[in-house]
Design a protein around this ligand. Structure first.
Ligand SMILES: *Cc1c(COP(=O)(O)O)cnc(C)c1O
Length: 406
């Protein structure tokens, strides 16, 4: 009897809860900005696991840190601490500019980092800080009930209501924020660039206005840096470009370079809101994840990756200006949204994959690029070739359809 070959797509569909749709490929290993599938096909990874693999794949410093830490101790619980945990908290506060009263809470994901921020906002409400929570139109803060409350898209929310709060969504304009703010506002949640919504940057001056208005009304300014943080936009955190310090900011994605970790960072009076017993996490801040975080920060510093982000970003923008289908580019650093001339983004993603390029379509007319921070000039050039090849194959497909229609 010959063994029946079951394609991995069928096995996936049989065993995994169908919340993600069919995966685009079954990946096996990677090196730098390249990943290989189980059949040995090679892809240039310009998505980095959705802005996660900041150092690319199999970065030696990250591999070494994880291996060495695993050989020492992986987990100690929060009844104990470890040099890695204390070290990463120190590193994070240092790269944030040593904010007064800065404190770090470690968890395991972006949504969980925002749950921590949400609980701080709720506790601030109970302490007399007002009862309204504001978030922005198009916001995405995660999938758990608190983070989902501040997530804008109706389709993600409606089947899970009631959520943790009746959040008020406002347009991302200074005028709308000014009109919405009063002393009843407990907290304002925002992303400096809305990544999931299609890489939509906040308007000029918005972060500064949010800082001023939240201060005037004793509300917490909560900045979700889950996607924009850890150097992705060319500064450690996107709020640093505006010269403001939030009361709370949240991290995950790039922080562990692929090892699951999140962080809720508090500053000033926001550090005094939660007390012993108010919050926690079994895995949060364990030595394995925090040693990965330290290795990521260490490599970004020693390899001058913030400068690299700026250089590669400029090259990419220049290149994209001459590439087919690309109408314009928004975003910052290596978090770019390419608006296409036509609404063919999902088809372009498929064509790109066939041409050995991983990109992503947050909506019908936008391509999101979030390559590893370690890419060099050759990868940028390679991206251009593969993008062009993908566009050509799209054109051929449309020619074929036209011929069939004729
Ligand atoms: C991805 C993302 C989240 C959710 O992170 P998870 O780790 O998937 O829970 C939250 N906020 C922003 C801005 C994100 O990009």
């Amino acid at each position: 009897m010959t063994e029946e070959h079951i394609p991995w797509t069928a096995e996936y569909a049989e065993h995994l809860l169908p919340v993600f749709g069919t995966p685009a490929a079954e990946l096996d290993h990677g090196q730098g900005a390249w990943v290989y599938d189980v059949d040995g096909r090679r892809y240039l990874d310009f998505l980095a696991g959705i802005a996660v693999s900041a150092l690319g794949h199999a970065h030696p410093a990250l591999v070494r840190a994880i291996a060495e830490q695993a050989a020492r101790v992986i987990h100690v619980s929060n009844l104990f601490t470890s040099p890695a945990q204390i070290g990463l908290a120190e590193d994070l506060l240092r790269i944030a500019g040593d904010p007064e009263g800065g404190r770090v809470f470690f968890c395991n994901s972006g949504t969980e980092a925002n749950e921590g921020a949400f609980k701080i906002a709720r506790a601030h409400e109970h302490d007399g800080g007002g009862s309204r929570i504001l978030a922005l139109d198009h916001a995405f803060h995660g999938r758990t009930m608190g983070a989902l409350s501040v997530t804008w898209k109706e389709r993600l929310r409606e089947r899970f209501e009631p959520l943790a709060a009746d959040v008020e969504f406002i347009p991302a304009t200074v005028a709308a924020l000014e009109a919405a703010m009063d002393d009843e506002v407990a907290a304002v949640f925002l992303e400096p660039i809305q990544g999931e919504a299609g890489v939509l940057p906040l308007p000029e001056g918005f972060l500064e206005a949010a800082r001023r208005l939240t201060r005037e009304h004793d509300a917490l300014m909560i900045v979700d840096e889950v996607q924009t943080g850890m150097g992705r936009t060319g500064t450690w955190f996107a709020f640093q470009r505006a010269g403001v310090m939030p009361d709370v900011f949240t991290l995950a994605k790039g922080l562990g370079g692929g090892v699951p970790i999140g962080a809720t960072v508090t500053t000033g009076r926001a550090s005094g809101i939660l007390h012993a017993g108010d919050h926690g996490s079994t895995f949060g801040g364990n030595p394995l994840a925090t040693s990965a975080g330290r290795a990521v920060i260490g490599a970004i510093e020693s390899e001058h990756l913030l400068d690299n982000v700026a250089r590669r970003s400029a090259e990419l923008r220049e290149l994209l200006a001459g590439l087919p289908l690309a109408a314009d580019v928004r975003g910052q650093g290596l978090l770019l949204g390419v608006r296409l001339e036509r609404s063919v983004a999902p088809r372009l993603v498929t064509a790109a994959l066939a041409a050995g390029l991983i990109i992503n379509a947050p909506d019908e007319q936008t391509i999101r690029l979030a390559p590893p921070l370690v890419i060099g000039e050759p990868e940028v050039a390679e991206f251009g070739e593969r993008w062009t090849a993908a566009c050509r194959s799209l054109d051929r497909q449309s020619d074929d359809t036209e011929r069939q229609d004729a």
